[in-house]
Design a binder for this molecule. Sequence first.
Ligand SMILES: [Zn+2]
Ligand SMILES: [Zn+2]
Length: 364
Amino acid sequence: MPQRFGKQAMIVGVDQPIEVWEREFPAPEPGGVLLRMQMGGVCGTDVHLWRGHASLPLPVVLGHEGIGLVEELGEGVTTDHAGLPLSAGDRVYWGPIRPCHHCYYCTIAKDFSLCENLVLFSGADEPTWNTYTDYAWLPSGMCFYKIPDDTPSEPVIAFGCAMPTMIQAFERLGGLAPNQTVVVQGCGPVGLAATFLSHLSGAKKVITIGAPDHRLAMARRLGAQATINFETLSDDKDRIAQVYALTDGRGADVVIEAAGAYSAFAEGVKLAAPNGRYVIVGLWSGHGEIPIDPRYINNRNLSIIGSALTQPQHYYEAIRVAQAHHADFPMAEAITHRFAIEESQQALEAVERQETIKALIVPA
Ligand SMILES: [Zn+2]
Ligand SMILES: [Zn+2]
């Protein structure tokens, strides 16, 4: 059995310097796969974990978005989880949430995003599927999908977990009619994925609100007809008036919260047209309370929809979005920064300062 040693970047404590540890990566277990990492995505969630905004036993290996090359298949593995034949060197993308397959939500409700025993990070002393590493060790039961040869890796990872997250949100939203208008609150990877999917879904007009300007420029290249800079138009009343001016005075048929700031919620309710739908995606780790007048929701027949995490099939569908559209849209250009594993802390700091659209960790 070949011995494989590699590096992995660790959060050892809240706000503590990121450390790089060397470890041996064991052979895959039956049903699992060992991957040599090609690239990992740096996600805003990684910054939240480092800054202590979500409670998590530390230390943990960083990263939950990645593409790896098959190094070794576990016993019994001959295909990916969509049935495509798999062999050494093939690129795979995977859903990093390990459901238990035993609880009510896994087996009866069939909604893995609500699994009561869901694991996103395993212990730092075990091999893990985290992605700021040289190798990722995917256990049995974790769904992974082959990236077809005609699809480059970059457009698949360019939005990271935001693309599968938004694909699920569109399912929960129930789709768009072609004459509908959409407002997206936020223009980080989640907001850009929302903008792009709204455009691909045939929205009549997509309006993206956010900052800074280089992200709004990407939103326009991905299908936004109008953008509103949150920093220059800093009063919510002005932003609301602008959206009404762009939507025949009615507001948007669909509002998508991808801002990750709870203050966005009160504004989002007011951006929705009568009979409008408002889907909340970005507040997974944002906390807070904000006054809302419920009569406004009642009298305008608004629907408010939550959408948490993702399910494995949304990673498969994210690959298909990249396969179908990478040639016609600058998906890969959302990747603005690349860092080595040893530069993981600089990567987190760059994301925190919003210098990036998408940053990657690329092993040497
Ligand atoms: Zn479960
Ligand atoms: Zn992510």
